[in-house]
Design a binder for this molecule. Structure first.
Ligand code: FMN
Length: 137
């Protein structure tokens, strides 16, 4: 969750379909993160998170939401295959610093079922957020 579908553009002057590749940004992580957190513990399947995983924090968030694995495409295209090793090292370092012994210990700890305020994952939060929004007007 969720595969990022290929989205070609249309050239309306030359009447052609034009290839278009936009690499993902970290902002896009939040959609799969929310759905993994909601589904964790409710479906009898492993959940794999894709879209917006670029740095170690994104991997940690994915695992804590409940993902069995997190996947990377754009970050590897941007930084090269060596980025995998960098993120792995950073993950081990983070886990040691925060005294986690395994990914299993982290997995699902911030899923909807595990947190004290499950409504935090619900749409109703829009209402509260809008109340605190600074629109600069
Ligand atoms: C160059 C490239 C090729 C891809 N090819 C496929 C593909 O053949 N099938 C597929 O399901 N997804 C494909 N994807 C989508 C990725 O699997 C992934 O869902 C998407 O890039 C989001 O992850 P990211 O944020 O790590 O890039 C491709 C992505 C890129 C950038």
């Amino acid at each position: 969750m969720f595969n990022r579908f290929y989205q070609p553009d249309l050239d309306i002057e030359n009447l052609e379909v034009t290839p278009h590749l936009v690499l993902s940004s970290r902002e896009e992580l939040r959609l799969p993160l929310r759905w993994i957190a909601i589904l964790y513990g409710r479906v009898t399947a492993d959940l794999a998170l894709t879209t917006g995983v670029h740095q170690v924090e994104d991997v940690i968030k994915g695992i804590m939401a409940g993902a069995s694995v997190t996947m990377m495409a754009s970050a590897l295209l941007r930084h090269g295959i060596g980025h995998l090793g960098t993120v792995r090292e950073a993950l081990l370092h983070w886990m040691e610093e925060h005294e986690y012994e395994s990914l299993t210990q982290m997995r699902g700890s911030l899923s909807q079922k595990s947190i004290a305020f499950p409504a935090a994952y619900e749409r109703a939060q829009y209402v509260q957020i809008v109340g605190t929004l600074d629109t600069g007007r």
